[in-house]
Design a protein around this ligand. Structure first.
Ligand code: NAP
Length: 485
């Protein structure tokens, strides 16, 4: 397996077009979460390497910003093709370090390619304005310019596509980038360097390095040459980065944690709701920011929903993501399993009933059984905190307003879902939910054409859609006077 992926397994930083190790020569081991075995190593870099990467990006920006949008779009289309030409090998690499099923990894890699193509197209549409002038002899022009060097930091749960959403708009806008992928899944990040090389993107435009999060992050957020930070990860780290970026007043976009409600009303199509619930809960073993954290089910349909949901959940095939037929892989590490165990123990102690699952999987390691807990109550840990695992707590409610209030009772506001066949309710509830994204009768709604992002403590800014490039552009007003008209 590894043999086939190895041309893509870059075990070095890409700085100014050179594949290099850390200055200290130190490395970090990368582990396959399905087997606990070492896959390889990556450089343990720090401040000095990051500074060099930023300097290289700043130098490359001088020429990259002047390339025409057509040239950039052409290279990006090559990048898109390079990803799709190698989709299977890239998916295998992703599964090897992250654990998700090959089916899901192929989907993620496909999504990465789709983001690049989308931004190749959007590059040509960063329109400005000519504004009616209040002066007879002056004209007002409003233009869009690339912000400059951007710093991107990404998590382990979608190590490929989270970077596509950042590298894509950066390249399209004419920015250059310094990228730090998550330490647990660095290869799907480093491979972006190889793919950019294959697409002919010049040296220094995309620089990628691995190592100490606080040192790399500290340099990226404090260095005045970096004009924008784009981060996907936990709300806790996002808050630190916003504070650090304040001293040099950088633009920030933050894709942070979630606590998604999934509401099923009495009038819903239950089978459709169960189908949506499976994908909204168990995708990537529950380790997605848009995964359902709380199922809120109306009393009249509560028992039926749980019965059908449990039947579907029990059919999930758990195993090594590389094995054919696997639907749910392991959790990322032991810490993640311990957190899930703590949440389940807390729920049981407070009256929650385990309908199915509820313990570590017989496969051992970091495998956990797909789990449903009924009789969930507001005082349980998962009411407030992200589970990030395959556990589905099901709460009961009586009225529409109660469901909206329960759903909104969180500091997060990323994704939300609800199922109903009542048209009036579709609008009342979608307008009542304080969330950046709402799925109505759909359990998976992410697509490159739509703006992905949260409100409240789930983040700032949007990725995807025509909005996704805005954060990579500065708006400039030019007043042309003395026209003698
Ligand atoms: P995390 O712990 O916040 O880590 C994310 C990234 O930040 C990693 O690259 C990490 O590096 C780095 N990091 C950690 N401490 C840092 C510091 N002091 N300075 C600079 N960088 C630092 O999050 P995670 O556990 O990887 O990912 C799960 C979280 O991401 C969940 O909360 C999930 O909801 C959120 N998420 C949000 C979205 C969205 O679009 N809203 C999408 C996916 C995930 P190391 O790996 O080296 O620690």
């Amino acid at each position: 397996m590894l043999q086939k992926s190895s041309p893509f397994m870059k075990q070095a930083n890409l700085i100014n077009g050179e594949w290099v190790g850390a200055d200290s020569g130190k490395t970090i081991d990368v582990i396959n979460p399905a087997t606990g075995l070492k896959i390889g190593t990556v450089p343990n870099s720090g401040k000095a390497e990051t500074r060099r990467a930023i300097d290289a990006a700043a130098e490359a920006f001088k020429t990259w910003r002047k390339t025409s949008v057509l040239e950039r779009a052409k290279m990006m289309r090559k990048l898109h093709d390079a990803i799709l030409d190698n989709q299977d090998a890239l998916a295998e690499l992703l599964t090897l370090e992250q654990g998700k099923s090959l089916f899901e990894s192929r989907g993620e890699v496909g999504m990465s390619a789709a983001y690049i193509l989308w931004y190749a197209e959007e590059a040509r549409r960063t329109y400005g304005d000519i504004v009616p002038s209040p002066w007879a002899d002056r004209r007002i022009l409003v233009t869009k310019e690339p912000v400059g060097v951007i710093g991107a930091i990404t998590p382990w749960n979608f190590p490929s596509s989270m970077l596509a959403r950042k590298i894509g708009p950066a390249l399209a806008a004419g920015c250059t980038a310094v990228v730090k992928p998550a330490t647990q899944t660095p290869y799907s990040g480093l491979v972006w360097g190889a793919l950019c090389e294959e697409a002919g993107i010049p040296k220094g435009v995309v620089n990628i390095l691995t190592g100490s999060a606080s040192e790399i992050g500290g340099e990226i957020t404090s260095n005045p040459l970096v004009r924008k930070i784009t981060f996907t990860g936990s709300t806790e780290i996002g808050k630190i980065l916003i504070k650090q970026a304040a001293d040099t007043v950088k633009k920030v976009s933050m894709e942070l944690g979630g606590n998604a409600p999934f509401i099923v009303f009495d009038d819903a199509d239950v089978d459709r709701a169960v189908q949506g619930a499976m994908i909204a809960k168990f995708r990537n073993s529950g380790q997605t920011c848009v995964c359902t954290n709380r199922f809120l089910v109306q009393s009249g349909i509560y028992d039926t929903f749980i019965e059908k949901f449990a039947a579907a959940t029990q059919k999930l095939k758990v195993g090594d993501g590389l094995e054919t037929g696997t639907e749910q892989g392991p959790l990322i590490d032991e810490k993640a399993v311990a957190k899930v165990e703590e949440f389940v123990a807390d729920a049981k102690q407070k009256g929650g009933k385990v309908v199915t699952g509820g313990k570590r999987h017989a496969l051992g390691g970091s495998f956990y059984e797909p789990t449903i807990i009924s009789d969930a109550k507001e005082d349980m840990l998962f009411t407030k905190e992200e589970i990030f695992g395959p556990v589905a707590p099901v709460y009961k409610f009586e009225t529409e307003q109660e469901a909206i209030d329960l759903a909104n009772n969180t500091e997060f506001g990323l994704a939300s879902y609800f199922y109903t066949r009542d048209l009036g309710r579709v609008f009342r509830v979608s307008e009542g939910l304080k969330y950046g994204m709402v799925g109505v009768n759909e359990g998976m709604i992410t697509t490159v054409e739509a703006p992905f992002g949260g409100v409240k403590e789930s983040g700032l800014g949007k990725e995807g859609g025509h909005q996704g490039i805005e954060d990579y552009l500065d708006t400039k007003y030019v007043c042309v006077g003395g026209l003698g008209l």
